[in-house]
Write a protein that binds this ligand. Structure first.
Ligand code: ARG
Length: 474
């Protein structure tokens, strides 16, 4: 047999359903088909895939690579494909491997040759890279909106709690009085940096890979800038090999997501502690708590615990993508198909966590009496007494020691510092006078920390006002 002789391969009938089956002589095994297909998960990018294809087709027509009639057919066919998918009538086929081939095949069955011309000057390699970037850009925009909603509700709560005294902790031991509003604003700052990171990731994500084709560009007179402008990209990826191969933007997204989840995990841990009856610092609306199937008295902070738990999977996705990338030679490798599930799950986890937290934060209220009891038991104004003595001329280290003795005495008597008599207090330092009692109150302690970044109610209200006037990510 002469191998150069053109002939129909024996299994051509079975293999023709594959767009690329021309050079193959036997059909793919079922197992390989399942192993290599991505349509089960990448169909979620169908909107981006159609949007990218339409921009590509318009460019092809504008450059006279395809005819205006072909473009019209493609536009009409794609509108129908989109409608079918939207209505849940589209039949996704494993035989067609991925979202790209499924849509292209259906388009071709609807409009014939024009559908077959769509892929001119394009490869699935630059197509998929474009789709993911479009998808991620949209996801980041949604996340930024959710983050802003969470922050707005958080700021409302912080304003309501601007003057509520609670213990601030170090080493989880009562340290000094703070306002609950101030504590909540620490959460705000954490998420503000998260928003900045997402804005930054979006900037690098928002570049167009299309035009890179498989890896080396294309022989057609394409206009990449025109496609970029149509898709609202800020510019094009400037090297065709890099355009189809790197997924660093997805890795960055997972890194920003991991940091965000780390912050929400810390908040969650605090909510879990504060819900515990030993603290009993906050109430969370019942709709965010669950009961126990065996212990009727229980009210569990499940949402917070799950957010803390889900942080682990996002860390996992970051590690997965870093590892996915590290051994790949240029340019595209099929390994990259594995970028999607971790990325999608990171998007879902972050979005759901933000959505639920945005609501839950409005359902939180303080229990001021319990916060005040904890302050009292913890001698939270001890530093204020030391500062008072220092202002009167005692070196701080000596003041620290005198107050330590006073705390020990108060502990023996089972009272808080302001409950010691003036005569008793004077035994620790003759510098102590009647004016000490204003200093030792929680309100006195709070209002005296009145500087930028401080905990006084006045500063909390000012910080809330500043925060409200800023744009997310700015
Ligand atoms: N489904 C593939 C992916 O997600 C599309 C690109 C496939 N390209 C190829 N030459 N096999 O990466």
């Amino acid at each position: 047999m002469n191998p150069a002789q053109p002939k129909t391969p024996p299994a051509a009938a079975a293999a023709t359903q594959y767009t690329w089956a021309g050079r193959f002589s036997e059909p793919m095994s079922e197992l390989v088909k399942r192993y290599t297909a991505s349509v089960g998960f990448d169909q979620r990018m169908w909107r981006q895939d159609i949007r990218g294809s339409l921009a590509h087709a318009r460019m092809l027509a504008r450059q006279q690579i395809i005819s205006a009639a072909d473009l019209a057919d493609i536009e009409r066919g794609m509108a129908q494909v989109a409608a079918e998918i939207e209505r849940g009538e589209f039949e996704w086929s494993l035989d067609l491997e991925d979202v790209h081939l499924n849509i292209e095949k259906r388009l071709t069955s609807l409009v014939g040759d024009a559908g077959k011309r769509l892929h001119t000057g394009r490869s699935r390699n630059d197509q998929v890279a474009t789709d993911i970037r479009l998808y991620l850009r949209d996801a980041i925009d949604d996340i930024l909106l959710l983050l802003r909603e969470f922050q707005n509700n958080l700021l409302d709560l912080a304003e309501r709690e601007a003057a509520t005294p609670m213990p601030g902790f170090t080493h989880l031991q009562v340290a000094q009085p703070i306002t609950f509003g101030h504590h909540l604003l620490a959460w705000f700052e954490m998420t503000r940096r998260d928003a900045e990171r997402f804005v930054d990731v979006r900037r690098r994500t928002n570049r167009l890979p299309l035009g890179a084709a498989a890896l080396a560009g294309t022989t057609y007179p394409i206009d990449r800038e025109y496609v970029a402008a149509q898709l609202d990209f800020d510019g094009v990826c400037e090297n065709s090999l890099d355009a189809v191969s790197d997924r660093d933007f997805a890795i960055e997204f997972c890194a920003a997501s991991a940091l965000l989840m780390m912050h929400f995990s810390r908040m969650s841990e605090e909510l879990v502690l504060w819900m515990n009856p030993r603290f009993a610092f906050v109430k969370i609306a019942d709709r965010f708590c669950t009961g126990s199937s065996i212990m009727p008295q229980k009210k569990n902070p499940d949402v917070a615990e799950l957010a803390r738990g889900k942080t682990g999977r996002v860390y996992g996705h970051l590690t997965a993508l870093l590892t996915l990338m590290k051994g790949q030679p240029l340019a595209y490798n099929k390994d990259n198909q594995e970028d999607k599930e971790p990325l999608f799950d990171a998007v879902d986890t972050v979005s759901d966590t933000l959505r639920i937290y945005a609501e839950m934060i409005s359902g939180i209220s303080s229990r001021p009496d319990n916060m005040r009891d904890a302050l009292r038991q913890g001698f939270a104004t001890a530093t204020d007494l030391a500062d008072y003595l220092t202002r009167k001329g005692l070196p701080f280290r000596d003041a620290h020691e005198a107050v330590g003795l006073a705390v020990r005495r108060a502990e023996e008597l089972g009272v808080d510092l302001p409950q010691l008599s003036l005569a008793e207090l004077k035994t620790f330092s003759p510098l102590i006078d009647e004016d000490i009692f204003a200093v030792l109150t929680v309100e006195g302690s709070l209002s005296s920390r009145n500087h930028l970044g401080g905990t006084s109610p006045e500063q909390v209200r000012a910080a809330v006002a500043r925060a409200r006037s800023r744009q997310p990510g700015a």
